[in-house]
Design a protein around this ligand. Structure first.
Ligand code: MSP
Length: 581
C-alpha cells in the first residue's frame, strides 16, 4: 500500500518565520471565478473581503503583500456554456474575464495579479505540479465510475444525492447541496491517493487551530476527517473534456479542472521557480461551497507535491436575495455594477462588508441597503463631519485647539468641582475611541470585518451623542471660557472623526480619503502604526491643532432616496434579457 512520504514538509506553526506575525510577506487570494457567466454580488463579496484585508495590512505596514484573483477558464462547465452561447470556449472566456476584470476594478479591488488558467505560464505550472505528484507516487490509473455533477465538476457519493423527477417527470438523482442533476459516468481516470492524507490533514489542523476561520468551518472540516477519505479522480477522458490541460505524457486524459484551478495560487507566485519567496504565507478567502476543495484536496495535493499547506483559509457564507438562493433561472441575480451605480462604489462596499457575516448566510434587499447607508454613512458619519466643521460653528475653518482645563485627564469629582466641563460619558467616549484601533485590527485578524465596522459605527454614534449633549452651537465665541470649551468639543469630535476615517480606509477608500482630506490629514499621516488619538489629553503636542482644514466641504455621502433606489431595481428586474453575455 502506498503511503505519503514520511518526511512531509512541515506545516507552519504560529510564531514561526512562515507566519505573518513578523514583517513577512503575505499572499492573499480570492477564488478564481468561473468564466461561464457574469459577476454577481456573491463573487464581489469574496473579492471585497480579500481586498479589505489587503488594504488593512498595508495600513499596518506589515510587510509586502499581494492580492491575486482571476478566472477559472477550463472544464466541462465552460465547454458546455460556450456551446449554449454558440461560441468557442476561448471566446467566451475572453468576454467573461473582461467582465470580471472590469467589475473588480470598478469596485476598487486592488488586486496585484489577475490569472487566467488558459495562460501558458499557468499551464506550465500545472504540468509541473502534476509531474511532482506523479513522480512522488501520489497518482495511479484506475477505472472510475460514479455519479458526476457537471456544475460542481465532481463525482458525488450516494450520501450526497437525493431522488427527484426531472422536467419530463422521469426519476433522476440530484446533488443534495446544489440540487443539480447528476449522471452516471464510467471512465478510466488518474486517481490521487487522497485517502493516504487523512492523518497528515488531521495533524495539520490540530497543530494549526487558526488554519480555518471562522471556527464552525474548522470544526466542519475536522468532522469530514472523521470519515475515511476516498481517493480523488483527478483527470477526465479527453474525448469528453477537450477544454483543459492535457495530462503530461498521456494525451487521452485532461487534468481535472479543480487541480488546474487550485494551482493558480502557486503559478501566481512563480511556481516552480520562485514561489518560495511567498509560499506558504498564503491566506485564501473562499466561499463555504468550495471549502472541501480548499481545506481537504488542496492541502493534501500540496503535501503530496512536497509543499506546505496554506497558512490560513478564510471562509464566508452566501448572499441570498429576498430569502432565496441567487440563480439565473429565478432571475434574481444581483448585478454589482447596477448596485454600485445606485449606491456608489463605497456605499456598496460598506454595505456588503458591514452586513456580510462570514459565519452565516445574509439576505440582500434594496431597502436594507438604503436604510443602512442613510443611517450610518449619510446621517451619522457625514452628518457629524458636516456639523462639526460648519462655518457657523468653526468660522476660522481650522483644526481647533484642545483645552486641558476644560477636559482634564481625570474627571472632576462632585465634591471638588474644578474647571473641567466633561462628563462621565465623555470619558467613556475617549476610552472607547482610544481602544478602537487595536480592536479593529483584532477583528480584521480574526476575519470579522463586519464586527470592526459595527464597532466603528457604535463609536460614531457615541460621538454624535457627545456633540449633541454639549450643544456647541449654543456656546458664545465672544466669551473666552465658552470659546475654550467650544473648541475643545470640536477638537475631540475631529480627533474621533480622524480615527474613524483612518480605520475606514480599507472598506471605503474614497470616502475615507475625502474625510481625511477635509480634516487636513496628510498622506503620510494615514497609517495605523503612527495613529494617535487626542495627544493633548495625554499631555503631548497635537500636530493637527491650528491647521487649516481641507477645502472640500462637499457632502461625505449623499442620502439615498428610498423610493428611487427601489424603483430603479424593480425596473431592472423587468428588463427580460439583462444578459451581459
Ligand atoms: N472556480 C471556482 C473557484 C476555484 S478557486 C481555485 C468557483 N468559482 S465561482 O465563480 O463559482 O465562485 C467564486 C466565489 O464566489 C466563491 O468563493 C463562491 O463561494 C462565491 N460565491 C458564489 N455565489 C455566492 C453567493 N451567493 N454569495 C456569496 N458568495 C458566493 O467556485
Amino acid at each position: 500500500m502506498w503511503r505519503p512520504p514520511r518526511r512531509l514538509p512541515r506545516p507552519p506553526h504560529r510564531g514561526t518565520a512562515t507566519t505573518t506575525a513578523g514583517p513577512g510577506r503575505l499572499l492573499l487570494s480570492t477564488p478564481i471565478f468561473y468564466a461561464n457567466g457574469p459577476p454577481h454580488i456573491g463573487h464581489l463579496y469574496s473579492a471585497l473581503l480579500a481586498d479589505a484585508l489587503l488594504r488593512h495590512r498595508r495600513l499596518r505596514a506589515a510587510g509586502p503583500a499581494r492580492l491575486c484573483t482571476g478566472m477559472d477558464e477550463h472544464g466541462l462547465k465552460i465547454q458546455q456554456a460556450a456551446v449554449a452561447a454558440g461560441t468557442s470556449p476561448a471566446e467566451l472566456c475572453e468576454r467573461v474575464s473582461g467582465l470580471f476584470h472590469r467589475a473588480l476594478a470598478q469596485a476598487g479591488v486592488s488586486f496585484t495579479h489577475f490569472t487566467r488558467t488558459s495562460e501558458p505560464g499557468h499551464q506550465r505550472a500545472v504540468r509541473h505540479f502534476w509531474a511532482a505528484l506523479r513522480d512522488r507516487g501520489a497518482l495511479y490509473k484506475g477505472c472510475y465510475e460514479g455519479w458526476y455533477c457537471t456544475p460542481e465538476e465532481s463525482f458525488l457519493p450516494e450520501s450526497q444525492l437525493r431522488e427527484r423527477t426531472d422536467t419530463q417527470g422521469r426519476p433522476c438523482k440530484v446533488s443534495v447541496e446544489t440540487g443539480h442533476e447528476v449522471h452516471w459516468t464510467k471512465e478510466e481516470n488518474y486517481m490521487f491517493r487522497l485517502s493516504a492524507f487523512r492523518d497528515p490533514l488531521q495533524n495539520w489542523l490540530r497543530d494549526n487551530p487558526r488554519a480555518i476561520s471562522p471556527s464552525p468551518f474548522y470544526q466542519c472540516v475536522l468532522r469530514w476527517l472523521d470519515d475515511d477519505l476516498p481517493d480523488l479522480s483527478v483527470s477526465r477522458e479527453r474525448s469528453r473534456l477537450q477544454w483543459g490541460i492535457p495530462v503530461p505524457s498521456d494525451s487521452t486524459q485532461t487534468i481535472y479542472v479543480w487541480v488546474d484551478a487550485l494551482v493558480n495560487y502557486l503559478s501566481v507566485v512563480g511556481y516552480p521557480e520562485s514561489h518560495g519567496a511567498w509560499w506558504p504565507s498564503v491566506h485564501h478567502v473562499v466561499g463555504k461551497d468550495i471549502l472541501k476543495f480548499h481545506a481537504l484536496y488542496w492541502p493534501a495535493l500540496l503535501l503530496a507535491a512536497g509543499l506546505a499547506p496554506p497558512e490560513r483559509i478564510l471562509v464566508h457564507s452566501h448572499w441570498t436575495v429576498h430569502g432565496q438562493k441567487m440563480s439565473k433561472s429565478l432571475g434574481n441575480v444581483v448585478d454589482p455594477a447596477t448596485c454600485m451605480g445606485q449606491y456608489g462604489v463605497d456605499g456598496f462596499r460598506y454595505f456588503l462588508l458591514r452586513q456580510g457575516v462570514p459565519e452565516r448566510d445574509c439576505d440582500y434587499y434594496d431597502e436594507k441597503v438604503v436604510k443602512l447607508l442613510n443611517s450610518e454613512l449619510a446621517d451619522a458619519l457625514g452628518g457629524l463631519l458636516n456639523r462639526s466643521t460648519a462655518p457657523s460653528i468653526n468660522p476660522s475653518n481650522t483644526y481647533p485647539c484642545f483645552s486641558e482645563p476644560c477636559f482634564p485627564r481625570v474627571l472632576d469629582s462632585k465634591e471638588a468641582k474644578g474647571t473641567g466641563k466633561a462628563s462621565a460619558e465623555d470619558y467613556e467616549l475617549v476610552a472607547a475611541v482610544a481602544s478602537l484601533p487595536a480592536q479593529v485590527s483584532g477583528y480584521f485578524e480574526n476575519f470579522q470585518i463586519y464586527k470592526a465596522l459595527e464597532r466603528i459605527a457604535q463609536c460614531v454614534k457615541q460621538t454624535n451623542s457627545f456633540f449633541q449633549r454639549h450643544k456647541p452651537w449654543k456656546l458664545d465665541r465672544r466669551d473666552t471660557a465658552e470659546q475654550l470649551w467650544l473648541d475643545t468639543i470640536l477638537h475631540v469630535t475631529l480627533e474621533c472623526l480622524r480615527v474613524y476615517g483612518t480605520l475606514l480606509q480599507p472598506v471605503v477608500p474614497d470616502m475615507a480619503d475625502k474625510l481625511l482630506s477635509r480634516l487636513a490629514v496628510g498622506p503620510g499621516e494615514r497609517g495605523l502604526s503612527g495613529l494617535t488619538f487626542l495627544a493633548r489629553y495625554d499631555g503631548k503636542p497635537c500636530p493637527f491643532e491650528g491647521r487649516q482644514l481641507g477645502p472640500d466641504t462637499g457632502v461625505l455621502f449623499q442620502r439615498l432616496e428610498k423610493s428611487e433606489a427601489v424603483k430603479s431595481r424593480k425596473q431592472e428586474a423587468r428588463v427580460p434579457d439583462k444578459q451581459l453575455l
